[in-house]
Design a protein around this ligand. Structure first.
Ligand SMILES: *Cc1c(COP(=O)(O)O)cnc(C)c1O
Length: 640
């Protein structure tokens, strides 16, 4: 379908920035330059030079790596951590809060070693710690970070081995806090700490009655799976008192969900938690930490609203609201201000990863031209359909639209019953799509779009075949209809004249992206450029640093993508710090229990038999088996 093709005025890079909302969701990290290229500015607000994404792609290709590639920009990660701490520091100074802020990064949000290492390095000056939700994550944390002032918060269900590891960490000087998620864990902690003769730092996760709006809200509310309700909390306190261990209770934790779009929910959670904190201090626990969990949202669509993919607050507002609320409530209750911990994952890592891929092909929506003359013996319904095509307009739009659908369906039935010819049916189908295209053009002019036309534009969109797997690289787009900003990274000073949806290279009908960010709504199609012969067309999916890598799966055996980690230097160059090759075909086959050697042996013997039967020559056998073996060593994605 053509987008405003009738208007040929000048198109500038600035128009593209507006069209794709880059300044809205980009948080200052992404811009468009005069050449129409998308650029990265790792330090928003500062005058540092921006680096062009096409230049980065060029550099990666020159080094022999293929698309798709996931780019991690270390400076953006650094900037996010700095910003979080700067905002909390400002809020603490403004409100004369007495405690400190201590962040921890929840490893589950991006477990890749390089990311966790970068966070530990950049967070060092702020004593930014880590949160582990399993034994494996605790091992990753203890093997990456050693800062006696940073916290290591242990959530998740804990067996003896998990508890022992945490206690050993305490012996080594880690601030390792065991957060009780269910009452039975306390006995294990008491027993193991007595045995190992170490005083545990105990935290407790509570169930808040506060529920947050948004997509990921199951973590909050009385019926949430994790945490203790108030009665269980009192039993815990009594149990600790009996064991003479109440002095080990140091932290109160809650987590009402990820991506909380509305600041009201955040505030009401803090209020309830502050009240519980005060109660625990009044019971005689020393406490000292209040851990608010995650939830700090990312504005994926840039709309700055309480829509599920956005947030109606800034980081500054988030911090002030928290610090002010806790400060006021505790001062009033005459309880010392605790150190505040948040477990922000999404907001820390989302911006720093970009998925880049090329377009392999396009299926254009262009119904074939209709012959001028309709056969004399055409069915009346066919003649009627042609009449609709000639006469549809704004006034009769809805009526003719419905008539067209009715006629088309009736004519299909007639075809099934052998009453019209294959050629006539083809004519009917193309006339039908021509009508839909005209209807869609008329619909665009309406100020209010009736429901039945809602996804007409998507039906008429081109399909751009994209070299990646939704299941591997954007699992949340498929599983929970999360939207991510998607933009061509070049040609942004050309008007995009097509509108399309993306189909990935899995052969699954769910392997597509047909929801795109918009300030007011979600769009069903994305404005795109016409492909040029002999020129790659690259798109980027932005804000994919949180959750996507870890949740991805091997649908159709498309494996991990190549990963390139870069740092942008103050002079506007970029250094490639690390390249991690994606999975080879052999790698993914081994994940599903194949043995590459066995496959090769088997295939060779098949080829040998073909030689014996004189179906191929021995030299052909060599070519064929080499191709097979190269295939096993190769990338799972489309290579040019
Ligand atoms: C998932 C999770 C987080 C991270 O939440 P974000 O919204 O990504 O910051 C933090 N804490 C706990 C307990 C979690 O389960």
């Amino acid at each position: 379908m053509n987008v405003k093709k009738d208007r040929f005025e000048h198109w500038s890079a600035e128009d593209s920035a507006t069209l794709y909302g880059i300044n809205d969701w980009g948080a200052g990290y992404f811009h468009v330059n005069d050449k129409g290229e998308l650029t990265i500015s790792p330090n928003p607000g500062k005058d540092a030079p921006a680096v062009s994404l096409p230049d980065i792609v060029h550099g990666i290709r020159e080094r022999g790596m293929n698309m798709p590639v996931l780019i991690r920009v270390s400076n953006i990660l650094e900037s996010r951590i700095n910003q979080l701490h700067a905002s909390f520091r400002k809020a603490i100074e403004q409100t004369k809060y007495k405690g400190q802020y201590k962040g921890v990064f929840p490893i589950k949000v991006n477990q890749q070693q390089q990311v966790v290492q970068d966070i530990s390095r950049y967070g060092r000056e702020f004593h930014h710690g880590l949160e582990a939700g399993s034994k494996a994550e605790l091992i990753a944390a203890l093997g990456t970070l050693h800062d006696p002032e940073a916290c290591v918060v242990c959530n998740g269900y804990k067996d003896e081995e998990f508890v022992d590891l945490a206690l050993y960490a305490s012996m080594l000087g880690f601030q390792c806090i065991l957060v009780i998620e269910m009452p039975s864990e306390l006995d294990v902690i008491i027993e193991r700490s007595r045995k190992l003769k170490v005083k545990p730092m105990i935290g407790v996760r509570m169930k808040l009655s506060t529920r947050a709006g948004g997509k990921w809200t199951e973590s909050g509310g009385d019926r949430s799976v994790f945490g203790l309700n108030t009665a269980q909390l009192m039993e815990l306190v009594d149990h600790l008192k009996e064991e003479d261990m109440l002095d080990c209770l140091r932290l109160l934790h809650y987590h009402i969900g990820s991506q909380i779009p509305n600041i009201r929910d955040i505030r009401s959670g803090v209020q309830e938690a502050s009240r519980v904190y005060i109660g625990l201090v009044q019971e005689g626990a020393p406490m000292g930490y209040l851990d608010l969990g995650g939830g700090l949202a990312v504005d994926y669509d840039g709309s700055h609203t309480n829509y599920q993919h956005s947030r109606n607050y800034t980081i500054d507002e988030y911090c002030v609201d928290i610090i002010e609320t806790v400060g006021e409530m505790l001062t009033e209750a005459d309880v010392p201000h605790p150190d505040i911990i948040t477990e922000s994952g999404r907001a820390t890592v989302a911006y720093s990863s970009i998925l880049l891929f090329n377009i392999l092909d396009v299926a254009r929506f262009d119904p074939v031209t209709i012959p001028d003359k309709i056969p004399e013996n055409a069915h009346d319904l066919t003649k009627d359909l042609m009449n609709i095509l000639s006469n549809i307009n704004q006034k009769n739009l809805q009526e003719f639209f419905h008539d067209a659908i009715y006629n088309r369906d009736e004519l299909r039935l007639l075809f099934k019953n052998g009453r019209i010819s294959l050629r006539e049916r083809a004519l009917v189908e193309s006339a039908f799509w021509h009508i839909m295209a005209v209807a869609n053009k008329e619909v665009q002019k309406l100020s209010y779009v009736p429901d039945e036309f809602e996804d007409l534009d998507a039906q008429l969109a081109d399909i751009y075949y994209a070299n990646f797997s939704v299941f591997q690289s954007l699992p949340d787009s498929w599983a929970i209809h999360q939207v991510f900003p998607i933009v061509p990274i070049h040609r942004l000073n050309e008007r995009p004249t097509r509108s399309g949806i993306l189909s990935d290279i899995t052969c699954d009908c769910d392997g597509k992206v047909d929801k795109f960010v918009d300030l007011h709504d979600e769009l069903h199609t994305l404005p795109l450029h016409e492909l040029k012969p002999d020129e790659e067309y690259y798109l980027g999916v932005f804000l994919v640093g949180a959750y996507q890598e870890t949740l991805g799966d091997l649908h159709n055996l498309l494996g991990d993508t190549n990963v390139v980690s870069i740092t942008i230097s103050p002079d506007g160059h970029f250094d490639i710090d690390k390249e991690i090759e994606g999975d080879s075909v052999g790698d993914v086959l081994s994940y599903v229990e194949y043995d590459a050697k066995e496959l090769i042996t088997f295939f060779r013997s098949v080829a040998e038999r073909a030689v014996r039967r004189k179906m191929i020559t021995p030299a052909q056998r060599k070519t064929i088996t080499n191709a097979f073996e190269d295939g096993i060593r190769g990338y799972t994605y489309f290579e040019r």
